[in-house]
Design a binder for this molecule. Structure first.
Ligand code: CP
Length: 320
């Protein structure tokens, strides 16, 4: 599945390395504004623009950061969730979006359970559509914020932000993860080696052909321990109980795949620890590992999320 017109932002699959780098550069340029350290110059890029957040699945980070991003850029935001909207009376996602568009909004940010739901809206609407996570498909702004976080970490640790030759493990519920898909497309295109690790029920061998054309590579593994000493970054995924992955949480999930304190101690000194959130503490990652300020980049990812969403909103909306 690829993006439609460049007026939308739907997926990282199909973006070239140069296109990815340009998104990461623009997101990085937004970091001082994302934190509020520097106010946006006047006239604000989104002055007079109204962004609609349609979130038909729960969210903390993505919904709030799109809202903060739009406001930091001088725009306004309206929020709609499944609960409290006419979706609870059976109205479809497409009808909901068409009605919101008819109210004169300038862009729609959508999260939904339907893989391909964002593309469906993009094909039907005139306003730009931004994918904030569609089912098991992609979460492209999460992908850019992960790449930005990793590039800055590599620069800090190795004085080079290059992804070539770096090994990034993505661990856990790969099957159900749009975060893993977007990250894998981005990382492989930029030249990294991606190790997808998890139980055979959640990571199958065919994931090795997920991203075909990139400079990097993908390997599937069902054991984490042999790889710990060779990683430049490790991204722990949330076990998605809402997508029926709960059966995979056997009593020994943590003992085989959890980033426990003992496993974290075996990681290379300069290995970054990422997690997209929300975290099941004590399942995929231990408390003390998650809160380790030396290696955990989990809250850095969240700040990068605001910057990334500012970059996307600005490029799609400013001057439109
Ligand atoms: N990473 C992420 O998508 O988090 P939320 O579900 O809280 O938006």
């Amino acid at each position: 599945m690829v993006t439609t017109a460049s007026a939308d932002f739907l997926a990282l699959e199909g973006l070239s390395a140069d296109e990815l780098r340009s998104w990461i550069d623009e997101a990085e340029a937004m970091l001082p504004f994302a934190t509020g350290a520097r106010p946006i110059a006047s006239p604000a890029p989104l002055a007079g623009k109204l962004v609609a957040n349609i979130f038909f699945e729960d969210s903390t980070r993505t919904r709030c950061s799109f809202e903060i991003a739009a406001k930091r850029l001088g725009g306004d935001v309206t929020n709609l969730g499944a609960s409290g909207s006419s979706a609870s009376k059976g109205e479809t996602l497409l009808d909901t979006a068409r009605n919101i568009e008819a109210m004169g909004v300038d862009a729609i940010v959508v999260r939904c359970a339907i893989s391909g739901g964002a593309l469906m809206l993009a094909n039907a609407l005139d306003v730009p559509v931004i994918n904030a996570g569609d089912g098991r498909h992609e979460h492209p702004t999460q992908g850019i914020l992960d790449l930005l976080t990793l590039r800055r970490h590599f620069e800090e640790m190795h004085r080079s932000g290059s992804f070539a030759g770096r090994t990034v493990a993505i661990v856990g519920d790969v099957m159900n993860s749009r975060v893993a898909r977007s990250a894998t497309h981005g990382l492989v295109t930029l030249g990294a080696r991606v190790l997808l690790v998890g139980p055979p029920t959640l990571v199958t061998k065919d994931f090795e052909s997920l991203a075909g054309a990139g400079a990097g590579s993908i390997e599937v593994a069902h054991a984490l321990d042999p790889h710990l000493g060779h990683l430049d970054a490790i991204m722990m995924l949330r076990i998605q109980l809402e997508r029926a992955a709960g059966g995979a949480i056997a009593a020994d999930y943590r003992s085989q795949y959890g980033l426990t304190e003992a496993r974290a101690a075996r990681l290379p000194e300069r290995c970054a620890i990422l997690h997209p959130g929300p975290v099941n503490r004590g399942v995929e990652i231990d408390d003390r590992v998650m809160d380790d300020r030396r290696l955990s980049r989990i809250l850095t990812q969240v700040t990068a999320g605001v910057a990334t969403r500012m970059a996307v909103l600005r490029r799609l909306l400013a001057g439109r």
